[in-house]
Design a protein around this ligand. Structure first.
Ligand code: HEC
Length: 447
């Protein structure tokens, strides 16, 4: 958090050393000599040194957030450090030599400092704006209007803004739209709005909802960086791991543009993009991998329109989500048994599941999330839910469950949160439960 904040100061601060040191250079070589001039140069050099060290520190913080091309970053770092060292040496030399400072060494040092400054600025610009930035303005035949969609501030787990508008599009705007927009259509592909994204590029559709493996849009960002088809191209600001995960997740969930963030508010992929994200994502302990789920069984379940996707890139743990399969019920739930050990998130909101279908939960030893929102389950389901030894988050919003069931419920130690508004549960019940289990947070919907 604080590292991010300090990192954001870099783009503001870099302009100070550039300004100070360049002014010192101008005064040194274009103004008449005299004691006043010498003292002025001392002062401006000192200001340049202090601000360049601050800028370097903020830059170092920024580099920790990742997403920059390693080679450019190295060059930028070395030249920036050279600016600091040479300017310090220059001022020290000048003060040491007193009146006789104007030696060939002094002038060489001054020129060297300016050179390092120009190079550091150049590499910095390439990193943020992409390679060839310096000359692109001179060669561009048209100016490109990149939609400046700012990150919508204060997104929270309860936001009604859609995942696309609030999170996906800002990422695309930052990392893709400078080449894929209304005017520039690299690869005949535009990304400035979702219709264009769905239309695809010169190789046809780039996004197959629900199927990241057949979506060029996703495959290209996952290609090795050295692959010439990798997006964004080499030398351009890259997607972070979290952003890659986000786009992968978004496509595997159907690439919907309407689904609001609040439907996925506690999702580890989405969480890092929300304010107060704080909570750790998939803790390493739980992510000790598991053998992949049986593909035959997975395909059988997918035939029912059930989304089955890895919870994150590179893991065999899966999310099973019935969003696109409203008729999913107890009979279909029998299919879960075969892939149960791999299920980490079981999302059955708005499905036809009943208490009986929840018998299958006893196989789901690794499930950390269970969503039963708007289903016909009753108090009897609590006993079955209690069998999920790793459960962390439970959503029973919009069910018939009530105070009696809640107060008889013996949750596992791992449970952290229950979403339970719009049920038979009353505020009194919530308070009584909270007294018994103070570490479990009950979300009763008061915003
Ligand atoms: C610096 C410019 C640039 C940036 C930034 C960029 N692209 Fe591209 N993109 C290109 C060029 C050039 C092509 C065409 C050449 C090729 O197919 O590799 C292309 C082609 C594509 C294609 C293939 C379209 C087709 O049908 O052939 C996809 C998909 C794509 N880009 C996705 C992305 C995504 C997603 C991002 C952001 C994460 C992105 N691009 C960022 C320049 C860029």
């Amino acid at each position: 958090m604080i590292i991010n904040f300090l990192g954001h100061l870099h783009p503001v601060f870099v302009h100070f050393p550039i300004g100070f040191l360049a002014i010192a250079y101008v005064i040194q070589y274009f103004f008449k000599s005299g004691t006043e001039k010498s003292r002025l140069i001392d002062f401006i050099l000192a200001a340049g040194i202090v601000s360049s060290m601050l800028a370097a520190f903020f830059g170092w913080m920024l580099s920790l957030s990742g997403g920059y091309e390693a080679k450019l970053l190295d060059w930028h770092r070395y030249t920036a450090i050279a600016v600091c060292i040479v300017s310090i040496a220059l001022l020290a030399y000048k003060r040491y030599k007193k009146e006789e400072y104007r030696t060939p060494y002094y002038h060489a040092g001054f020129h060297l400092m300016m050179l390092a400054l120009l190079l550091a600025g150049h590499f910095g610009g390439e990193m943020t704006h992409g390679e060839g930035y310096l000359f692109s303005a001179a060669t561009a035949t048209e100016t490109v209007a990149v939609p400046e969609k700012q990150k919508i501030e204060k997104l929270t787990a309860g936001s009604t803004v859609s995942v696309y508008d609030g999170i996906v599009e800002p990422v695309l705007a930052q990392k893709c739209m400078q080449c894929h927009n209304e005017k520039k259509k690299k690869g005949d592909f535009q990304l400035h709005n979702v219709e264009a994204l769905m239309r695809g590029g010169k190789n046809g559709k780039a996004l197959v909802p629900g199927d990241p493996e057949h979506s060029a849009f996703i495959q290209r960002i996952l290609l090795d960086k050295s692959d010439e088809k990798h997006m964004p191209p080499k030398g351009k600001p890259q997607l972070t791991k979290q952003e890659q995960d986000l786009l992968f997740w978004w496509v595997s969930h159907g690439g919907s543009i309407a689904q609001p963030i609040k439907e996925f508010g506690t999702n580890d992929t989405i969480m890092p993009f929300l304010s107060h994200a704080g909570k750790a994502s998939l803790r390493d302990g739980t992510l000790k991998n598991i053998e992949p789920a049986d593909t035959v069984l997975v395909n059988e379940i997918r035939k029912l329109n059930v989304v089955v996707v890895p919870v994150a890139l590179g893991t065999n743990f899966i999310e099973v989500n019935t969003v696109n399969a409203p008729s999913f019920g107890d009979r279909e739930a029998l299919l879960l048994k075969g892939i149960a050990p791999q299920i980490m998130w079981l999302m059955m909101a708005d499905s036809k599941i009943t208490d009986e279908g929840l018998d299958q939960l006893k196989w789901c030893a690794n499930a950390t999330r269970l969503n039963l929102k708007n289903t016909a389950i009753s108090n009897a389901a609590f006993a079955k839910i209690a069998k999920l030894g790793k459960l962390e988050s439970l959503n029973i919003v919009g069910t018939r469950m009530d105070d009696e069931g809640l107060l008889a419920f013996v949750p596992t130690a791992s449970l952290k949160k229950i979403f339970c508004w719009n049920t038979g549960i009353s505020e009194k019940g919530v308070m009584a439960f909270q007294r018994k289990y103070p570490t479990i947070e009950l979300d009763f919907g008061q915003k």
